[in-house]
Design a binder for this molecule. Structure first.
Ligand code: MRU
Length: 369
């Protein structure tokens, strides 16, 4: 997508052909900064400390992390050490493990003196594939928006609510939940996006709002608890969120608070769609609530907020009563029964085991073996 007229992906190979560059998402929305990854340790730090985040981008960064490791030392031992270090960074998004397993299959088949080159090519392929997949998600989700737009009076926008950031900043380009929105907007459909702030890290307010604004998509930021009220008053036509892991039967794990939006949507008859690339499906598990590991992050994320002061300084303040205990669950699970449909690169699917297995037989079959 474009930032002030320049096309960016969220991750790319630097001009030296060795180091990797990313957009540092911890600096949003105050600064637009590029960071360099030179070692596997840099890649692991970028994922764990959320310079990059979002399930697909975490996977892409891990793939490049393996390439950086193979450039330093292409032995099996170093591959396994890099795999372990990267896999430990964040537990919930399955794309991380998917990307690492794929790198293992490709890289360890190459002779040691070809492994670095092979790994860089495989990481670039993960990125290119993600862009293609997200574009296909966009085309498939666009049809849903078009159908709603066709029933609207002239000048009435299609109101879409989204949670967290499943935008292009969470992928390599386009985004998952946002891809249909960008395509609808670019195609002249009047869309308006309700952007959940998404405490504690504010991915909605800081990232989704920023990228929609850069692309000129009308949007309004709301605090996390507003969604139910908006739905009761007919102000949401559909919800589209992303996911970090979707089980074989269609339970959806996504940023904390997604489940509450799905409950409110069900109570108000608002369609609740989840956009996802197939690497986000974990065919090995079924019951999301019981089986998806939910990341718990540090108390500082809840206690601290960073913002710009009136005179332009960036400052961090503490907001919780001193001494209070803090819990920081980063994800929750929305059961498949609350999901209207899954917007994938192969079409919009029912959130059930048969539909998912039919759309992705090559992966569903292997998982069942
Ligand atoms: O903790 P984050 O910012 O990595 O969480 C991101 C999300 O929850 C996204 O909705 C999800 O990764 C889908 S990204 C296309």
């Amino acid at each position: 997508m474009k930032v002030d007229g320049t096309h960016y992906r969220t991750i790319w190979l630097a001009e030296d052909g060795k180091t990797v560059e990313i957009i540092d998402q911890t600096k949003f929305p105050h600064q637009f900064e590029i960071a360099r990854l030179e070692t596997v340790g840099d890649a692991a730090h970028a994922i764990a400390d959320m310079l990059v985040r979002g399930a697909p981008l975490i996977g892409a960064t891990a793939a490049y992390g393996i390439a950086l490791a193979m450039r330093a030392d292409p032995t099996n031992e170093n591959f396994e050490a890099a795999f372990t270090e990267l896999a430990a960074t964040r537990p919930t998004a399955i794309n991380l493990r998917w990307a690492l397993e794929r790198m293992r299959t490709i890289v360890l088949h190459a002779p040691e003196d070809h492994r670095a080159k092979t790994a860089y090519a495989a990481a670039a392929a993960v990125c290119d594939e993600d862009v293609e997949i997200c574009a296909a998600i966009g085309r498939n989700g666009l049809k849903l928006i078009e159908a709603i737009a066709a029933k609207k009076a002239d000048g009435e926008p299609v109101n879409i609510l989204t949670h967290c950031n499943a935008g292009w900043l969470a992928t390599v380009d386009w985004g998952t939940a946002t891809a249909p929105i960008y395509m609808a907007h670019d195609g002249g459909i009047d869309v308006h996006v309700w952007v959940d702030e998404t405490r504690p890290r504010n991915q909605g307010a800081a990232l989704t709002a920023w990228e929609l604004g850069k692309h000129g998509v009308p949007h309004t930021v709301v605090v996390d608890n507003v969604g139910g009220h908006l739905m009761q008053h007919g102000l949401v036509d559909l919800v589209i969120t992303g996911t970090d892991r979707t089980t074989a039967r269609g339970d959806v794990c996504n940023k904390i608070g997604t489940y509450l939006k799905a409950l409110a949507a069900a109570d108000n008859g608002v369609p609740f769609y989840v956009a996802l690339p197939s690497p986000t499906i974990d065919f090995a598990i079924f019951d999301g609530v019981a089986e998806v590991p939910i990341e718990q992050r540090g108390a500082d994320e809840v206690d601290r907020m960073t913002g710009t002061t009136a005179d332009g300084r960036i400052e961090t303040v503490s907001i919780v009563a001193p001494g209070s205990a803090i819990a920081n669950y980063a994800f929750d699970v929305t059961p498949a029964r609350l999901v209207t449909g899954l917007i994938t690169e192969r079409g919009v699917l029912a959130a059930d085991q048969a539909a998912i297995a039919e759309a992705f037989p090559e992966r569903a079959g292997r998982a069942a073996e």
